[in-house]
Design a protein around this ligand. Sequence first.
Ligand code: ADP
Length: 170
Amino acid sequence: MITIVQGDITAQHVDAVVNAANSSLMGGGGVDGAIHHRGGPAILRECRELRASRYGSGLPTGQAVATTAGDLPARWVIHTVGPVYAKTRDRSHQLASCFRESLRVADELGAKTVAFPAISTGVYRWPMADAARIAVTTVRDCPTEVREIRFVLYDEPAYRAFHEAARAAG
Ligand code: ADP
């Protein structure tokens, strides 16, 4: 089931929230900043451990990895790195990969409810309508045990773009 809500991803009562992280896993602005701010230092501690063990040169674009959610209502944060939008280069496959890989990690964790932000549409400048189309069609076509996939959009235009994408996807 796909649901679309307007709100703050850090306030979602779901098993896992997805973070639009950057490859350093060391925090940043937007969703990333909000998750670390509200989730507290436990998240950054696990991110540091991941950098020291599995991801010495950072989490590659399109991949996903889980940590604790610290003080958030969710149980886990799934960090994924969206591509930076480029007019001259089609990176849609990397954006789609963020959704697929996050759901794969969610399945590994046993998460049944997962909240996604509009990955790559902030600092990474992906046009909202196109990002919404890729997000909705990718999760719709992705085999997963997750029962609810919730898109959490920060503002009204983004919320409308996701509704329109869901309508167009049928
Ligand atoms: P990226 O670096 O992947 O572009 P950003 O975090 O800069 O990621 O932005 C992704 C989207 O998330 C933007 O549309 C932004 O408006 C939205 N956003 C920012 N803060 C929040 C939040 N707390 N909850 C949900 N969405 C948010």
